[in-house]
Design a binder for this molecule. Sequence first.
Ligand code: UDX
Length: 439
Amino acid sequence: MQLCVIGPGYVGLVTAACFAEMGNNVVCVGRKEDPIEDLNKGIIHIYEPGLEDLIKRNLKDGRIFFTDDLATGIKDCVIIFIAVGTPSGSDGKCDLTALFQVAEEIGRVMDDYRIIAIKSTVPVGTNEKVTHIIEQQLRTRGVNLEFDVVSNPEFLKEGDAVNDFMKPDRIIIGTNNGHTAAIMREVYAPFARSRDKLMVMDPRSAEMTKYVANCLLATKISFINEIANICEKVGADVNLVRKGIGADHRIGPYFIYPGVGFGGSCFPKDLSALIHMAEEHEFNPVLLKAVKTVNDRQKKIIVEKIIHYFKNRGGIKDKKIAIWGLSFKPNTDDIREAPSIEIISRLLLEGAEVKVFDPIATSQVKKVFGNQIQYAENAYAALKETSALVLVTEWNQFRHPDFERMAELMQEKVIFDGRNLYEPQELRARGFIYFGIGR
Ligand code: UDX
């Protein structure tokens, strides 16, 4: 099938590459300021495992092509996927400027029947607004063309996006048009594997599904973080409690790991957007607001622990503190809403000297902190003469470090483990002072 993907960002590139890999011809459209030339050489500017290889292979086979010309991109295609960014404004509201501009442009140049599938995460009702914008443009041109706008949200996790696209838990198709649904089924057939994985529903429910999935996952994390804090107070170990509750199949063992709070480009943004949407409809979403409050607090808790520990030990001013892990989660260089940023800012405010290490996100953090902090070449170099290590992101390489080497390098053997990676008893037996989350 001839396809067009608009927006060569993280979602758009994964979408374009995976459809091309299944034998479709895909044109991916960016803006003038996007690195189109590099993309056509197979050089991608984001870190996503497996994506570059996939794009290179499909470029070589001629199934994918990048351009900044939308008219070329949508020529002869059956489906136009829109995957442009929908950032959240300061009030939490989703900014749809880029999406509406693309809709206008499509209406201006469309020359035949098209299906327009919205992949970007958008507030409920956006499908109708996009339909309206395209209709207006066609009317201005005086042409009478049929088209259909489908809500087709993505559920890709950063760091595992190619895999999520190739083997999705479900594919949501939001349309009331049977013919459109049939074409969407066809293009997704190689990924759907079993028929019930592909769900057709009305556009509003499809749009809502995306927000609800992310907000429920965010709720699980804030819930277990709250429980972790209570565990600490009452002298229980949240790790055991987590296993205990996870054995109940109605609860399940997945995605209930306490930590330093959730970050990334999706959970914080989608939570704020759903709160905003509810309030626009004069409904007070008390639970969703609490999920956000708990998360904001959780990002601060580890620093409170550090301050509290050093309070009677000369304070943290001028103390050297090492941070392991900067990205909001492992296998990505994304630092958007990352707890590390909040933790470093606060430590600097308290006068600490901060030395950081991350396998790939360091250059991103340099853009934020410049020479206010030090950047280590490797995990151990970050520890030299430090008074404490704060583990913020659970990269695999931090799971089984050489504790003897660490002990030799550190001036004071204190570990604040923001992801409960280590066993408290084992570390204490090795002479470390250990603080985890909720244990
Ligand atoms: C998320 C959704 O999982 C994905 O389906 C959606 O399309 C986009 O948003 P992503 O933001 O890439 O994906 O990361 P995810 O792996 O879901 O983690 C989100 C945050 O939650 C991270 O900061 C992570 O550290 C945190 N988290 C996750 C926890 O603190 N505990 C957990 O048990 C799981």
